[in-house]
Design a protein around this ligand. Structure first.
Ligand code: AMP
Ligand code: TRP
Length: 330
């Protein structure tokens, strides 16, 4: 019997998931759960790089776990856990930070973007964030890391750190590969299709949340920025808004871009936006129902967190022990 390949990924409990998170990441995770040995974390330590109220964070990390399951991640098939419940993450992060260069971290575009956004709180954690991410991945001897395109640079860094460490100490870590889906890899803002759909956007009309009620979803799509040509055609350069709506529609219906162009030939943007909105509402409906049920079963979620942390801790502990031995701390 060949062993299944290992997958690791995680999301920060910094807010509610957007349609971008779902189509670019989460749905992909669900598709992988049968074929791979998957470990999915709520990376709560990462979210400390921005300021949180304790009670909000406590609520949001539980909510994110519920959103994972509501989106279709089966807790029986996957290891689902809170990053902070497995102390090996913080421990390995420190060790790896001694094998990572300031220059490498300075090149991270996400650091530059985030630092620009929170100039009053450019904390060291924001800078060393990718090392914690490398620790997350390397602890599980991960083969593949499904993430959106924006995380590719962090993944490259994880690979570099793993190779550097292995170069000194022998084969300690598996060198992970990125796993980036083509369709839905980057869902753009509905208000500014030049930037990605993000839950931290100030304009709530720019994103669709997984938990947005149907009326809100329809309204946001109706207000989506398009262009004045009134032709439904995929052309990211000249028609970024329409192309983004087409990607979304394609992602949720499975139709090809060509089929979509044919479907809406001779029709206006109004019809098209309604169709996109309705398709998204139908996709999210069962997720929202399941989410509401889960949030009423807090005990179940607590129990699941405990089991997840135990299972994750067993795997992570093995790697960490090996690291300790190799570097002379054991
Ligand atoms: P974030 O919301 O930035 O913490 O991202 C969580 C995960 O969702 C990462 O794997 C991202 O790459 C992915 N993601 C976030 N926003 C988008 C988007 N607009 N389109 C596609 N994937 C996204
Ligand atoms: N940095 C990732 C993001 O913002 C979240 C993350 C943390 C992650 N650790 C990870 C993703 C490990 C994949 C693997 O989306």
């Amino acid at each position: 019997m060949t062993q299944k390949k290992r997958i690791f990924s995680g999301m920060q409990p910094t807010g509610f998931l957007t349609l971008g998170n779902y189509l670019g990441a989460m749905r992909n995770w669900v598709a992988l759960q049968d074929e791979y040995d998957c470990v999915y974390s709520v990376v709560d330590l990462h979210s400390l790089t921005v300021r949180n109220e304790a009670k909000d964070l406590r609520q949001r990390r539980l909510s994110l776990l519920a959103q994972y399951i509501a989106c279709g991640l089966d807790p029986e098939k996957n290891i689902l856990f809170m990053q902070s419940h497995v102390s090996a993450h913080a421990e390995l992060c420190w060790i790896l930070s001694c094998y990572t260069y300031m220059g490498e971290l300075s090149r991270m575009t996400q650091f530059k973007e985030k630092a620009a956004k929170q100039q009053d709180n450019i904390n060291a954690g924001l800078f060393t964030y990718p090392i914690l991410m490398a620790a997350d991945i390397l602890l599980y001897q991960t083969d593949l890391v499904p993430v959106g395109e924006d995380q590719k640079q962090h993944l490259e860094l994880s690979r570099d750190i793993a190779e550097r460490f292995n170069g000194i100490y022998g084969n300690v870590f598996k060198v992970p590969e990125p796993y980036i889906p083509k369709v839905g890899a980057r869902i753009m803002s509905l208000q500014d299709p030049g930037s990605k759909m993000s839950k931290s956007d100030e304009n709530a009309n720019s994103y669709i949340l997984l938990l947005d009620p149907p009326e809100t979803i329809m309204r946001k799509f109706k207000r989506a920025v398009t262009d004045s040509e009134a032709v439904i055609r995929y052309d990211v350069k000249n028609k970024p808004g329409v192309s983004n709506l087409m990607s979304i529609y394609s992602s949720v219906t499975g139709k090809t871009l060509e089929q979509i162009e044919n479907e809406f030939e001779g029709k206006g943007y109004g019809d098209f936006k309604t169709a996109v909105g309705e398709a998204v509402v139908e996709t999210l409906r069962p997720i929202q129902e399941e989410y509401n049920k889960l949030m009423e079963s807090k005990d179940y979620l607590q129990d699941l967190m405990k089991k997840g942390a135990e299972a994750a801790g067993r795997i992570a502990g093995k790697t960490l022990s090996k690291v300790y031995r190799k570097i002379g701390l054991a």
